[in-house]
Design a protein around this ligand. Sequence first.
Ligand SMILES: Cc1ncc(COP(=O)(O)O)c(C=O)c1O
Length: 359
Amino acid sequence: MSFIRPDIDRIDGYVPGEQPQDSGWTKLNTNENPYPPSPRVAEAITRAANGRLNVYPDPLGTQVRKQIAELFHVDPDWVIPANGSDENLTIITRTFCDATDLVAYPYPSYILYESLADIQGAKHERILLNPDWSWNWRVAEPIIQRAKVLFVPNPNSPSGNRWPPIDIVKLVPPNGVLVLDGAYADFADEPSKAEFLSHERLGRRIIVTRTLSKSYSLAGIRSGFAIAHPDLITAMRKVKDSYNCDSLTLAGTLAALQDQDWMLANVARIQATRARLTTALQQLGFEVVPSQANFVWATRATRNHKEIYESLKSQKILVRYMRFPDVPFAPNGLLDGLRITVGTDAEIDRFLEVLKALV
Ligand SMILES: Cc1ncc(COP(=O)(O)O)c(C=O)c1O
């Protein structure tokens, strides 16, 4: 007899990307930023570590909320910091979904959404995208009608494409919330802030999530935030852990947010390398989706993606091999390919040199 909830017993659980613990890897698999965070972050964390670690942190992260509010032109009541944006995705699922409610998301996209729905015991449905990663409205519309929570990563992962505002407005569920997961939003050529939130009619049904893991180079400290109407934020606060962000994270987050120039300079470098990587992959015979994120999705007519991934790995180059079953338009119903994080120029040169020898 098992005491485990059946909903948990039957799922595999989300499998995050590999994090090798030995050195010498060219790590292009989990969309981390290859450049270090602002030096102000370590200074702030050191100050906090030498401060009052014996007391609990500010449960609401007031200073961080004020800084985010200023950056996004909202009131601090619209902001909730979290222990990584994944935590906010969990909080959202727990705040809005009962067992009878539907969690929906584009497919292929971030598979964690499905795992969160499973853990919550909610229903979930995939909205199959077109082969060019655009929305198939005939498929999407009936699901949007029924969705309680619709998660939409924009730019999308693994494709890196970004849907325009005209699509986003159509995605807001009439009886639920649209979660615009902006994990990669800062890498777009024209990054958006949170403009949808000021929409008179739709603004109360949109939640914008952001992370410091990618553009701010802070995957190691786990920091993210969500912005939404205070009615939604107040409900989410009831669900979160009382002290969900520790003192060191709050100090580092504040320092990183205060150094926008540092973040923007790294984003510009990544955008330039992204363009070079895209062209080089195309010259090697890959099809590459034009990316607005810090990674590219590359496929090949020969479809030997797994083999390429393994050969690269044997030479200590790690990219992400991804496979999405149940995609009717893909060969044998399986869409697979390589998601390659944009590293430094030197990392990308090494990757391309090894890849050239392979293909
Ligand atoms: C679409 C998307 N959302 C959210 C996250 C998680 O962000 P965080 O590191 O802040 O939990 C990721 C991480 O890869 C992601 O790809």
